[in-house]
Design a protein around this ligand. Structure first.
Ligand code: ADP
Ligand code: ZN
Length: 294
C-alpha cells in the first residue's frame, strides 16, 4: 500500500511516499511560498502516485476540530497568505482518498510511537527545537487535541541567573521558544547555533531551559518517552546536560526507574526515525486515516 505524506513546514514543504512499514520510498521538497503556488506543487507531486491515503502534518496553529467549519485550516499564522487558509479542504477537492490532518509535532509523535523511539508505547512527547519550539502529545494511543492543540513551546520557564537576553517570542518574550529556539540562541550569542563550540556555556543554558520545560511536562502528562528533535538538537552534547537538568529538577519526586541515572538515557532521546521523523509521522497519519475510513 502506498501512502502519501506531507510535512507542511513554515519554511519548506516535504512531500513523500511511504508504506505501512514506515519506509520512505520517495521524497521531494520545495520552499513554502504563497499557499496557492505551494499547494499546486503538492497536487502535482501526488497526481500520478496512486496513493491510497495521505497524511499532512502541518505548521500551525491549525484547526483540527472535525466539527468546525474551519476544520483543516491554518489559522492565525503571521506567514503571508496562510492565515485562515483552507489547506485540507483545498487538497480534498482533488484527492478522493482518506486524508489525515494534524500538527507537524503531533504527527511526529505518532510516527515515533509507530516505528521509532517510542515504538510499542501508548504515550510519548515529541519536541522540536528548531526555528520555533513545538510539542506533540501522544497519550493513551491518540494524539492529544483539546480546545485547540497543545502549544508546549510557549510555556514559561525560570530565567537562568546569568542570562540577560530578553527573549525572542513575539507573543511572550521569554517563554521557552523565546529563550531556547535556534533564533534565540543566535540573538543571545551573536553567532549561529552550529558555530558555537560544543563546550560553550550556551549549551548549559540551553539545557537549563529545555530541562525545566521537560520537568513540567513529566509532572503534568507522565509520558512514557520524550523525544527531542529539530535542528538545535543536532548538538548531541545537549542530551546529557538535559538529563542532568531534568533529574535535578524532579529531585527524585517521580517514582520511576526511567528517571534514574541509567534510565533517563533511554527516556529522553533523539528521534528513532532521525531526520525522517516528520515525514514518517505524516505517513503514520495517512495510515491512521485509511484505517479509520474502513
Ligand atoms: P525548522 O524548525 O524551520 O523546521 P530546523 O529544525 O532545522 O528547521 O531548525 C532550524 C533552526 O535550528 C535554526 O535556527 C538553526 O540555526 C538551528 N540549527 C540547525 N542546525 C543546528 C545545529 N547543528 N546546531 C545548532 N543549531 C542548529
Ligand atoms: Zn511564546
Amino acid at each position: 500500500m502506498l501512502i502519501g505524506a506531507v510535512e507542511a513546514g513554515g519554511t519548506k514543504f516535504v512531500c513523500g511516499i511511504g508504506n505501512e512499514q514506515g519506509e520512505v520510498l520517495d521524497r521531494i521538497s520545495f520552499p513554502t511560498e504563497q499557499p496557492e503556488k505551494t499547494l499546486a506543487q503538492v497536487k502535482a507531486y501526488f497526481q500520478d502516485k496512486q496513493v491510497e491515503a495521505i497524511g499532512i502534518g502541518s505548521f500551525g496553529p491549525i484547526n483540527i476540530d472535525r466539527t468546525s467549519p474551519q476544520y483543516g485550516y491554518v489559522t492565525t499564522t503571521p506567514k503571508p497568505g496562510w492565515s485562515n487558509y483552507p489547506v485540507l479542504p483545498e487538497l480534498k477537492k482533488v484527492f478522493e482518498v482518506p486524508i489525515g490532518w494534524d500538527t507537524d509535532v503531533n504527527a511526529a509523535a505518532l510516527g515515533e510511537a509507530t516505528w521509532g523511539a517510542a515504538k510499542g508505547l501508548d504515550s510519548c512527547l515529541y519536541y522540536t527545537i528548531g526555528t520555533g519550539v513545538g510539542v506533540g502529545v501522544y497519550a493513551e494511543g491518540k494524539m492529544v487535541h483539546g480546545l485547540v492543540h497543545p502549544e508546549g513551546g510557549h510555556v514559561l520557564t525560570r530565567r537562568h541567573p546569568d542570562d540577560t537576553y530578553e527573549g525572542k517570542c513575539p507573543y511572550h518574550g521569554d517563554c521557552l521558544e523565546g529563550m531556547a529556539a535556534g533564533p534565540a540562541l543566535e540573538a543571545r550569542w551573536k553567532v549561529k547555533g552550529h558555530e558555537l563550540p560544543v563546550d560553550h556555556p550556551a549549551w548549559e543554558m540551553e539545557a537549563f531551559y529545555i530541562g525545566q520545560a521537560l520537568v513540567s511536562a513529566i509532572l503534568l502528562l507522565s509520558p512514557k518517552k520524550i523525544i527531542l528533535g529539530g535542528g538545535v538538537m543536532h548538538q548531541k552534547q545537549l542530551f546529557p546536560l538535559i538529563h542532568e537538568q531534568v533529574r535535578s529538577g524532579l529531585k527524585g519526586y517521580v517514582a520511576s526507574s526511567a528517571l534514574d541515572a541509567d534510565g533517563i538515557v533511554d527516556y529522553i532521546v533523539a528521534p528513532g526515525l532521525g531526520d525522517n521523523a516528520g515525514l514518517c509521522g505524516s505517513i503514520a497519519l495517512g495510515l491512521r486515516a485509511f484505517e479509520e475510513s474502513k
